[in-house]
Ligand binder design. Structure first.
Ligand code: CAA
Length: 384
């Protein structure tokens, strides 16, 4: 890897890798089983600057490029995929929206402390009846004098009960139940200590059990006008732009999970003996490991190409879609093969690969399903 990357990228990779090895991997199984979200770990990541990786130094961030950030995120995900999604959402979605569209007052007030890891961010787009069809969302904000009053419910919000600030997409076109589509949606910065912010109990998930996911409700939640981020009506486009970056993060998380599965499988195949020899000596196992390694390398190569294109200022949506589609489905295949290599032990909680397989499943669902990624890629091909 060394010749392809800058010394800074390798240094950040090593820092993230050491943190994951020392502070995440040893606890991942216990956090998964306890369904425990550890805000202390995010504080430690904040101290390393890892909650401000894409934020310029003038706002106390590390000011790194996309590729370097994704290299670090893969390392964190290899240690604990739940921590990686909390970190990924914060870095890719709310902070990037404030950076691109916030006023300088909003950036001082929220972006700077978010870059330092003092405030944790979340992103609220989906609703119970608006998942892939995000533009059909119904939560709304209505003007009341100089204020906005928010009502409605958001679903599957990563960090929803732990965040300090949620960037929420709500209707401001007064459309009520009627589907008015993308143009009537705006973004609000919602402090989670505002009266009327309600975080429901954490969801009981198949995987990523140590990350916090919950529904949130806005109940007559009153915000001053200066909490509107960007122009009224620009919210859907802001969310889609942010998700282009978020989807690269999910692809990096996929590579981290798959890499952990491959490393565990390789080590296990060398130790586990059947028919009088290590199972690594059987071609059936060798071919599985070879396919796992090849798929992981292909996903990472695609992801890094997408990142380099983003850093070069090229349009990213379709490349992010390709990287997320391929990497997330690769992670599911690789982790399923890992469970197969471990055999009966692989199905047991005391070995790590069943957790990795459970963690991998959501990668092809959140931040846009595989089907949505195919829509994005196909639209780009057909309309180019
Ligand atoms: N960048 C900039 N603009 C974009 C864009 C992008 N990536 N994608 C769309 N737009 C613009 C379009 O150009 C269009 O603009 P005009 O009105 O000027 O023409 C407008 O947005 C509407 O676009 P579409 O007509 O394409 O919208 P659509 O209703 O057909 O939806 C979709 C397209 C791709 C299916 C989109 O709805 C989508 O991505 N859905 C999935 C949503 C998603 O990923 N949700 C995950 C939420 S986060 C999460 O999982 C939880 C968490 O905490 C991490």
């Amino acid at each position: 890897m060394t010749a392809l990357y800058t010394p800074e990228q390798l240094q950040i990779r090593d820092l993230a890798g050491a943190f994951a090895r020392d502070h995440l991997a040893p606890h991942a199984a216990e956090w998964d089983q306890a369904h425990a979200f550890d805000r202390g770990v995010l504080r430690q990541l904040g101290e390393l600057g890892f909650l401000g990786m894409l934020i310029p130094e003038e706002f106390d961030g590390l000011g790194l490029d996309t590729l370097t950030y994704l290299i670090a995120l893969e390392e964190i995900a290899a240690g604990d995929a739940s921590v990686a999604i909390s970190m990924g959402v914060h870095n890719s979605l709310p902070t990037q929206m404030l950076l691109r569209h916030g006023t300088s007052e909003q950036q001082e007030r929220w972006l700077r402390p978010m870059a330092r890891g003092e405030l944790l961010g979340a992103f609220a787009l989906s609703e119970a009846d608006a998942g892939s069809d995000a533009a059909s969302l119904r939560a709304e904000a209505r003007r009341d004098g100089d204020d906005w009053v928010l009502n409605g419910a958001k679903a599957w919000v990563t960090n929803g009960a732990e965040a300090d600030l949620v960037l929420a997409m709500v209707r401001t076109d007064g459309a009520g139940g009627e589907r008015r589509g993308a143009r009537g949606i705006s973004v609000f910065a919602v402090p989670t200590d505002a009266p009327g912010y309600v975080a429901e109990k954490p969801e009981d998930k198949m995987g990523l059990r140590a990350s916090n996911t919950c529904s949130i409700c806005f109940q007559d939640l009153r915000l001053p006008a200066d909490h509107l981020v960007g122009a009224a009506g620009s919210g859907f486009i802001q969310a889609m732009q942010a998700l282009d970056g978020g989807r690269l993060g999910v692809a990096a998380q996929s590579c981290g999970i798959a890499r952990a599965a491959l490393e565990h499988s390789t080590a296990y195949a060398g130790q586990r003996r059947q028919f009088g020899r290590p199972i690594a000596e059987f071609q059936a196992i060798q071919f599985k490991l070879a396919d796992m390694a090849t798929q992981l390398s292909a996903a990472r190569a695609l992801l890094h190409e997408a990142a380099r294109r983003k850093d070069a200022g090229e349009p990213t949506s379709a490349w992010a879609g390709r990287a997320k589609l391929f990497a997330s489905e690769m992670a599911m295949r690789v982790t399923t093969d890992a469970v197969q290599i471990f055999g009966g032990y692989g199905y047991m909680r005391e070995y790590p690969v069943e957790r990795l397989m459970r963690d991998a499943k959501v990668l092809s669902i959140y931040e846009g399903t595989s089907e949505v990624q195919r829509m994005v890629i196909a639209r780009d091909l057909l309309h180019a």
